[in-house]
Design a protein around this ligand. Structure first.
Ligand code: PRP
Ligand code: URA
Length: 208
């Protein structure tokens, strides 16, 4: 199930990120901010519960302490997924962070896993995070890696996606909700999203 998170603030910030003149600092800042804004949609169906302890308001009213039912685990796909984590952590400070090391072979475009570590918590909701959903190969391999380690409640949160990548993830994991800020047009012959925003990892970390 695909949700495009539409909001004028996201539209304007994503447009800044698409501009080839935008430097790493501004690129990262806008990515952070969009990731924060997307949280409103990605987590809007989460249930909360009352803890046994109470809070006291400055007006002298005792209220039950609220907690999310799920323990959120962010699972960024290295490297570029890291660029979305601070923005999400700003909204969910209690979120734990794992890491999924994966890169696309430049010729075959097939993902290669080189690292995997996720925290173990009760009642986890794992959000696989990566700005780019191109062929879908990295996201599918990452979700597969997460599920085979026993985490079944999984969501995929990306910035920009290509239709072919969305279709591939939906086919592989019909139970995993996908969230995008934009569904772009297509992939080019090198597997880059068009119009897209170029190589997200390079632009986040200034490696080009
Ligand atoms: C990019 C991006 C995704 C992947 C998307 O990572 O961050 O992980 O490509 O492509 P796919 O949907 O076709 O798999 P890349 O492999 O360039 O690694 P990096 O983040 O280290 O730059
Ligand atoms: N990875 C990127 O960083 N950008 C794309 O457009 C596709 C894959």
């Amino acid at each position: 199930m695909l949700t495009i998170v539409n909001h004028p603030l996201i539209e304007v910030k994503l447009n800044i990120m698409r501009d080839q003149e935008t430097k790493s600092k501004e690129f990262r800042e806008n990515l952070d901010e969009i990731a924060s804004l997307m949280c409103f949609e990605v987590f809007k169906d989460l249930k909360t519960h009352n803890e046994t302890t109470n809070i006291m308001t400055p007006t002298g009213i005792s209220l039950p302490r609220k907690r999310l039912d799920y323990k959120i685990i962010l699972a960024p796909i290295l490297r570029a997924g890291i660029g979305m984590c601070d923005g999400i952590k700003n909204m969910i400070p209690t979120a734990r962070i794992g890491h999924i090391g994966m890169y696309r072979d430049e010729k075959t475009l097939k993902p290669i896993e080189y690292y995997f570590k996720l925290p173990k918590v009760e009642n986890p909701l794992v959000v696989v995070v990566d700005p780019m959903l191109a062929t879908g190969g990295s996201a599918i391999a990452a979700i597969n890696a997460v599920k085979t380690r026993g985490y079944q409640n999984v969501r995929l949160m990306c910035l920009v996606g290509a239709p072919i990548g969305v279709d591939a993830v939906e086919k592989a994991f019909p139970d995993v909700p996908i969230y995008l800020a934009s569904l772009d047009q297509r992939l080019n012959e090198k597997g880059y999203i068009i119009p897209g925003l170029g190589d997200a990892g390079d632009r986040i970390f200034g490696t080009k």
